[in-house]
Design a protein. Structure first.
Length: 120
């Protein structure tokens, strides 16, 4: 078993989870963090630390879509062992629904999408 970061993390990246992880299994992309499923020891200490409620157990149905994403990007993104700077607009993004489309958005698209709900 493992824990999984879901789309709730996109554009938030609070990183409180990184501070408490005893095995340093978080990896950082431009817009979100992911958990390495083979490194996670299923201790669960990260889950309650996430202000965006973006971390779930792999037994949670919300993990189905995100487990492959976590596995894929831990092979590409760098490991993160310390909390870094939180995006200035993290709180504004915290409760935005359907953030999957922002996973690889450019900054211009991010702004347009958030402000007008359209990215062209």
């Amino acid at each position: 078993m493992t824990y999984v970061v879901t789309d709730g993390c996109i554009r938030c990246k609070y990183q409180d989870c990184v501070e408490v992880c005893p095995v340093d299994c978080f990896y950082e992309g431009e817009t979100m963090l992911v958990i390495h499923p083979d490194e996670c020891i299923d201790c669960g200490v990260c889950e309650p630390e996430c202000p965006a409620d973006a971390i779930v157990s792999d037994t949670d149905p919300r993990a189905d879509r995100w487990l492959p994403v976590n596995a894929k990007y831990t092979a590409i993104w760098p490991n993160i062992t310390d909390k870094g700077p939180v995006p200035d607009d993290a709180d504004a993004w915290k409760d935005v629904p359907g953030k999957e489309k922002f996973l690889f958005s450019t900054e211009k698209c991010k702004y347009l999408q958030f402000r007008t709900r359209s990215c062209k």
